[in-house]
Design a protein around this ligand. Structure first.
Ligand SMILES: Cc1cc2nc3c(=O)[nH]c(=O)nc-3n(C[C@H](O)[C@H](O)[C@H](O)COP(=O)(O)OP(=O)(O)OC[C@H]3O[C@@H](n4cnc5c(N)ncnc54)[C@H](O)[C@@H]3O)c2cc1C
Length: 439
């Protein structure tokens, strides 16, 4: 849609309506009935940014999927097991391929819609978010943004239907915050390449059908990216990392690649440009994690309010004690401080998606996604801690709904860029390249 600011508001609104956007304030009445806090988010975005009816229907599906996942997710968390229902329920509601373009079998959700979807799923917990974020933001979108037409046709419809589940293999035992020091190598052989090395702390690692793998050429030393079929000979799960602090419902594994063959047509993007793929996937992923953390804060707020209204101590509901009110006020403020920060990062990413050659827009999207991820993960963890405090001794039981967020959310300050790396990134984007504290 192309409209100059001189056009009258009525014309602009008519154009919006013609294109199927719903401006709820003026055009209502599209009856949106969803989980209460999420409904507010959807209405606010619809009335400010504009959402099409098919976009709202993605969010209605996310609302239903989140509701349906609650029981299995909690049960699996208590029993410390991977939750296979996450993928099943997302397939059932046709959400696994939400951000994949329609022409490749997805629902074409732009970033703000993807963010809202993850916000709702984040209420259930970061276990759900980890599976979805890795599959969609680090996997499917990497193929969509960097893949050849053949790769998109081959992989994306199956990634949307659930026949394919992606993992993302960047981290290694000796290369975490400094991924460019990775040691996994590849060499040319016949019609393809052989990859050899280890990938550590890989989400979806033992359940994925395909993994985006980053490896260094044994000849030139340059890093390239590949779409690796996990059923290929030489690909094995070395250990399922189950002794985690939380995030039990998400699979985390260590992967061994012993001369795994990749046909040449499955190199992703051009040779030597693997880190460009890795970093752009992380840009998407960080907005995803920030969005999921909004959902965590929403659930913490909801649970803490309910407890504060019902638990009586010293002759009155604890919510009438001012120090408990301080926790409620802080969680609510954490959420509001991050909500539009995440949406703004999402909208900047959309702007960049429309102008992929604009390096200035790319830097802005990078900066905002780092800030959104850094703030939302820090404040979601703080919110979970405060909700646990409101719950008192029961909050410390793994059976309380808020302890799960406390245990699960801590990782958001570590994966896809630690707090420290996010701060260094933000600072160097502020100060300029000469001030980069790391390479
Ligand atoms: C549950 C879980 C799931 C994960 N899923 C995936 C996945 O799917 N795919 C994948 O590739 N990776 C994944 N990771 C890996 C994750 O991205 C890394 O753990 C993270 O990037 C940090 O790397 P590291 O653990 O090696 O820590 P290190 O890099 O060793 O960092 C240790 C500490 O040093 C700090 N530090 C490092 N360098 C600097 C610096 N220059 N200045 C200041 N401080 C610094 C860090 O911030 C951190 O506090 C996952 C991790 C976890 C825990």
């Amino acid at each position: 849609m192309n409209m100059s600011s001189e056009e009258s508001p009525i014309l602009i609104l008519q154009a919006l309506r013609k294109e199927g956007y719903l401006n709820l304030l003026l055009f209502g009445p599209y009856e949106i009935v969803m989980e209460e806090i999420f409904e507010e988010s959807v209405k606010e975005v619809a009335s400010t940014v504009g959402l099409k009816s098919e976009e709202i229907s993605i969010l209605e599906d996310a609302d239903r999927a989140a509701e349906e996942l609650l029981a299995s997710e909690f049960e699996r968390y208590v029993t410390r097991k991977y939750n296979p229902e996450i993928k099943e329920v997302l397939v059932k509601y046709n959400l696994l391929g939400a951000p994949i373009a329609r022409e490749y079998g997805g629902r074409g959700a732009r970033q703000i819609v993807e963010s809202l979807m993850l916000e709702r799923l984040g209420q259930v917990g970061l276990g759900v978010i980890t599976l979805v974020d890795v599959h969609q933001c680090l996997g499917s979108l990497a193929v969509q943004e960097w893949g050849s037409e053949e790769q998109k046709k081959k992989y994306l419809p199956k990634a949307a239907s659930g026949e394919i589940l992606f993992a993302y293999g960047l981290t290694e035992p000796e290369a975490g915050s400094d991924p460019a020091s990775l040691k996994t190598t590849y060499r040319k052989e016949g019609d393809g390449y052989r990859i050899k090395g280890s990938k550590y702390l890989i989400s979806n690692g033992s359940v994925a059908t395909h993994m985006i793998v980053f490896a260094r050429s044994s000849d030139s030393g340059q890093i390239s990216s590949f779409i690796v079929n996990t059923s290929e000979k030489g690909f094995s799960v070395e250990i399922r990392l189950e002794e985690k602090v939380g995030l039990f419902t998400s699979d985390t594994s260590m992967i061994s690649l012993e001369d795994v063959f990749v046909p040449k047509e499955d190199m992703l993007h051009v040779e030597g440009k693997g880190m460009a793929v890795a970093y752009s996937a992380l840009l998407n992923g960080r907005i995803g994690i920030g969005s999921g953390c909004l959902g965590v804060m929403e659930d913490c707020l909801k649970q803490a309010k309910e407890r504060a209204r019902n638990r009586v101590q010293h002759g009155k509901e604890i919510g009438k004690h001012q120090l408990i009110q301080r926790h409620i006020a802080t969680i609510a403020s954490n959420l509001e401080a991050c909500r539009w920060l995440v949406y703004r990062a999402a909208m900047k990413k959309e702007e960049y998606d429309r102008n992929r050659s604009d390096v200035r827009l790319r830097a802005q999207a990078d900066r905002l996604s780092a800030i959104a991820k850094y703030m939302a993960s820090t404040l979601a963890f703080d919110s979970a801690d405060r909700a646990m405090q409101v719950f008192g001794g029961f909050g410390y039981s793994i059976l309380s709904p808020v302890a799960k967020h406390f245990l699960d959310t801590r990782v958001a300050r570590i994966y896809e860029g630690t707090d420290e790396i996010m701060q260094l990134k933000i600072a160097s984007l502020e100060l300029g390249k000469d001030f980069e504290a790391y390479r």
